[in-house]
Write a new protein. Structure first.
Length: 283
């Protein structure tokens, strides 16, 4: 890396508000979810599935992440559930300027993907957060426990009421998105969803853009393209700034997220996978 490239990376990392950006990408994953569409009967859930991702800003690889489903089912309220764990951290020279080491996880129903429990253990530069969220469907409430040494005023327990809708967390939302029956949809269809994330309720909308052959890190393959409707904000730039691609096969792998942001272009891309449930068929 040249001195010029290093200088650009310093500027980019200094301008990126890590907690805000990580929250934003969490919301982007959630925006893939829809409660208004049918799901396939043969859901792409494979015990022991592992996915590896990388995050780039412009030319630079600044982070890597992993997504893993538990090797065995977990019983919760008498139902079989899967445990999901995500680990994301800075990579390469980016770690010198803004070190990120984040862990996210959840226990979700293996059929509906609705969450029973989720957590966030975040360490980003001089900021930290240890958060546990419990979903109680008998009392229709959510309990959130937060601990932070960098922001002690946020410590404590909070309660939120559910209004009867199906609210997803980030991990369950991503799995539900992979189960949507996209082939029953038409270009231009609008999809809506309800989600709970970072102590807030969200009502998302997105547009289905059909199937297209897309260049990805695991090959040039056919994908379902989805574009969320984004409200004007200080993070993203231009019209339709965010786009998603999900493999058009039975596994529905989350292949790529591309975003035009005010400080440059960012991408999250799948780089490898193993223990996928179905044989690979992207046609």
């Amino acid at each position: 890396m040249s001195q010029y490239d290093s200088g650009i990376l310093v500027v980019v990392m200094e301008r990126v508000p890590t907690f805000k950006v990580m929250k934003t990408f969490g919301l982007l994953l959630l925006s893939l979810v829809t409660t208004a569409q049918n799901t396939v009967d043969d859901k792409p859930v494979s015990k022991g599935e592992e996915l590896q991702f990388k995050l780039t800003y412009g030319w630079f690889t600044v982070g890597r992440g992993s997504f893993k489903i538990s090797d065995d089912y977990v019983l919760k309220d008498g139902k079989e559930c899967i445990e999901i764990n995500i680990h994301g951290k800075t990579a390469g020279l980016a770690g010198v300027f803004s070190k990120v080491d984040d862990r996210w996880g959840a226990i979700v129903d293996k059929e509906t993907f609705l969450p029973h429990y989720s957590y966030r253990d975040l360490s980003e530069g001089d900021k930290d957060l240890d958060e546990k969220t419990y979903f109680d469907y008998d009392s229709m409430s959510i309990l959130v426990e937060s601990t932070s040494t960098s922001n002690p005023e946020s410590n404590g327990t909070k309660y939120f009421e559910l209004d009867g809708s199906s609210y997803f967390d980030m991990m369950g939302g991503l799995m539900f998105a992979r189960s949507v029956d996209y082939r029953s949809m038409q270009k231009g269809d609008t999809i809506r969803l309800d989600a709970f994330f970072d102590e807030e309720f969200y009502d998302f909308k997105m547009i289905y853009h059909g199937i297209e052959k897309t260049k990805t890190k695991i090959g040039k393959i056919y994908c379902h393209k989805v574009v969320p409707i984004m409200e004007k904000n200080s993070v993203f730039k231009g019209k339709d700034p965010v786009k998603f691609w999900i493999s058009a096969d039975a596994n529905r792998l989350p292949l790529k997220v591309a975003a035009k942001m005010n400080f440059g272009k960012a991408q999250v891309e799948l780089t490898s996978y193993k223990n996928a449930k179905s044989g690979i068929d992207f046609k």
